[in-house]
Design a protein around this ligand. Structure first.
Ligand SMILES: [Zn+2]
Ligand SMILES: [Zn+2]
Length: 180
């Protein structure tokens, strides 16, 4: 079963009832809601932890073509700095905008419909988050990363240098030359 065949699950906190809006064009509803984040929201390197708070601040408007949703989603992020591997915890807001067309209309694959008098914002949220997340998250813009020779965090020790010969204690580890 493809997602297109499935009606929005009304138990999902990201599904909104649009019965009132669909009946009266020109009406508008503001919704502030905190919902638990769905699973797998984000990228491998940085993502929204499942179940963490997603703050939605939305405006649902009945327009001629359907229901227009605009607003923001503020989410918690957890990831790893691409240079120094330090854990990153952050909060980020994403703009949401989606027009859900009245049912019965031919739509493109990336367009959405009002279905069963409700709209499902999960795909909209997913698209917004995935498109805006950095592919190489950094703990800070000028993160210095790790020393390619010994793995030391250069943010802690920016003047860190190596002589031509690698530190003997380290070469011992590399060679697994461990005395028993
Ligand atoms: Zn870093
Ligand atoms: Zn080093």
């Amino acid at each position: 079963m493809t997602p297109m065949d499935r009606h929005p699950d009304r138990r999902s906190p990201l599904v909104f009832d649009t019965t009132e809006l669909s009946r009266r064009a020109g009406t508008m509803r503001e919704v502030g809601r905190t919902v638990p984040a769905p699973a797998d929201l984000g990228l491998e390197v940085i993502a929204v932890p499942e179940g963490s708070d997603v703050e939605l601040d939305l405006r649902l408007e009945a327009v001629v073509e359907g229901v227009l949703v605009t607003g923001t989603a503020t989410v918690q992020l957890q990831g790893e700095c691409a240079r120094c591997l330090t854990g990153i915890e952050d909060e980020m807001s994403f703009d949401l905008q989606e027009l859900f067309f009245h049912p019965g209309r031919e739509v493109d694959e990336d367009e959405r419909l009002v279905d069963d008098e409700s709209i499902d914002l999960e795909p909209t949220l997913r698209d917004a988050v995935v498109m805006d997340l950095p592919f190489t998250p950094l703990c800070r813009e000028d993160c210095l990363g790790l020393c390619p020779e010994c793995g030391a965090d250069l943010n802690d020790d920016p003047d860190h240098e190596h002589d031509l010969a690698v530190d003997p204690r380290w070469s011992k580890l590399v060679g697994l030359d461990v005395e028993e």
